[in-house]
Design a protein around this ligand. Structure first.
Ligand code: BES
Ligand code: MN
Ligand code: MN
Length: 461
């Protein structure tokens, strides 16, 4: 029987070229100018799943972008793996910082990826990682190595909050019934230090608008006598953290899960070099909440960050003006037990309370979702761990991530199954940034590892 290694060495050029074709379509879900491209990507996913051996492939209409569903059921008595991924990508801006156009994929060697990496928006997040599953399925179906049932659910709105998927899942519980959910949309520590993501942070994303006078004013004639919305907004934002970098919103930490000394000690065992971290980001020092390490700050602790801020004159030269309005987009990363809707309310009330009477405040919630933690003693985790051991030669380290895939908590609530996060990207792959890339080695290693997950999951079930 052909092994996955043999299959990859025979087909790897085609695997790479197929991914490159997929990456050429700018499926930016946030920007309606690209809606036809998002739909075209959905079609491309559909045909790839058919070719890979799914018996049923459907384009499921939703209030938003379609969800692609595929399945291959070999025996109702065998376990079923549900693969989730997303075919939409983040906007490519700032475009001028890309060394090659974001939707013209090229392979370039880097220090971390000496065998080359594909540079394109979506290469790692998530087209490349999602497509590993399509190719692993192709191997399993074409060589008679599929040990259980498989379902695919690939959505096109992950980067904008998965609203349509949240609509779809409760309406299709039977169709989506499964024993485990498998996702490759996270990362690992390093190519020689594989890790399995055991936690994701929740998210609350809000936009704020501060209004002062009813029109823009001459900053000489009025300056000093009326509230300047940009000054006020800056003050308000600055007050959201205290001198220890704790968030000052009343009640914000009430439900935060505090880890035990033992758990924190266990976490600290994961290999991590603060010097390498600083060097990679070209910073002289790290920054964050007092009393916590860098790895804790970006995984088990909640945070609040301004993602964008604007208002007033930002054109060339100088214009003396007090703007009527100022705006900011703010995200809060949440940890298990914090409820994102409750946190959104706490933020809104607090932000309205701290504003002086000289301005009005409008807080508009965008999207959000709950955090997630998955146990390491589940069959799914054990199967994943054995799969990595097989292909990497070492046992992977469990690690909680700072990122969010808000829909994962909903999967557990609605479908009552655990999610296993087998990510093969690296933090240095620049997801959401200019020059996003995905190592060819990582891509092929993912394809190699996935079939072992199916094998061990079926054996352990
Ligand atoms: N794949 C990422 C999330 C991720 C990346 C988790 C790396 C862990 C490690 C996902 O596509 C993403 O970008 N999620 C957004 C949230 C979403 C609601 C826009 C995020 O984390 O900002
Ligand atoms: Mn993603
Ligand atoms: Mn993303």
């Amino acid at each position: 029987m052909q092994t996955i290694k043999q299959y990859i060495s025979k087909h790897k050029d085609r695997f790479i070229n197929e991914l490159i074709e997929l990456l050429k379509i700018p499926s930016i879900s946030a920007d309606t100018a690209y809606s036809q491209d998002v739909l075209n990507t959905a079609d491309a996913i559909m045909s790839s799943l058919k070719k890979a051996g799914c018996d049923i492939v459907e384009l499921c209409e939703t209030p938003g972008y379609p969800i692609i569903y595929g399945e291959k059921i070999i025996d109702k008595n065998l376990p079923t793996v549900l693969v989730y991924g997303h075919y939409d990508v983040q906007p490519a801006d700032p475009i001028e910082l890309w060394t090659s156009p974001p939707f013209e994929p090229v392979i370039k060697k880097t220090e971390i990826h000496p065998e080359g990496a594909i540079f394109a928006r979506g290469a790692c997040d998530d087209k490349g990682q999602m497509y590993m599953h399509v190719k692993a399925l192709e191997y399993m179906t074409s060589t008679g190595n599929l040990p259980c049932n498989v379902k695919f659910m690939i959505e096109g709105e992950e980067e904008v909050g998965s609203e349509s998927l949240a609509w779809f899942v409760p309406r299709n519980k039977e169709k989506l019934a499964n024993d485990v959910i498998l996702i490759s949309d996270t990362g690992m520590i390093a190519n020689d230090i594989p890790s399995i993501t055991t936690g994701l942070r929740g998210l609350s994303y809000v936009e704020v608008e501060i209004t002062g006078p009813n029109r823009d004013l001459h900053s000489g004639l009025y300056g000093g006598a009326v509230a300047n919305p940009i000054n006020i907004l800056s003050k308000m934002i600055a007050s959201l953290h205290d001198e220890n970098n704790h968030i000052t919103i009343p009640g914000f930490y009430d439900k935060v899960e505090e880890l035990s000394k033992e758990e924190r000690k266990e976490m600290a065992k994961a290999p991590f070099s603060i010097e390498a971290y600083k060097d990679a980001l070209k910073i002289d020092d790290v920054y964050g909440e007092n009393g916590y390490t860098t790895n804790e700050r970006n995984s088990i602790r909640p945070t609040l960050d301004v993602n964008g801020i604007w208002g007033g004159y930002t054109g060339e030269g100088a214009k003396t003006v007090i703007a009527s309005k100022a705006y900011a987009k703010i995200s809060m990363r949440l940890v298990p037990n914090q409820d994102w809707k409750e946190i959104t309310e706490l933020f809104k009330t607090h932000f309205e309370n701290i504003a002086p009477d000289s301005v009005t405040v409008k807080v508009t919630p965008h999207h959000g979702g709950q955090g997630y933690v998955t146990p390491t003693n589940s069959i799914g985790y054990q199967a994943a761990s054995k799969a990595y051991k097989e292909t990497f030669g070492v046992v992977p380290i469990p690690q909680r991530s700072g990122g969010s895939i808000p829909i994962v908590a909903l999967f557990e609530e609605e479908l009552k199954s655990k999610t296993i996060l087998m990510g093969f990207g690296l933090n240095s792959d620049a997801i959401h940034s200019p020059n996003e890339h995905f190592g060819i080695w990582n891509y092929l290693k993912g394809i190699e590892t996935i079939p072992y997950f199916y094998k061990y999951f079926t054996e352990l079930s």
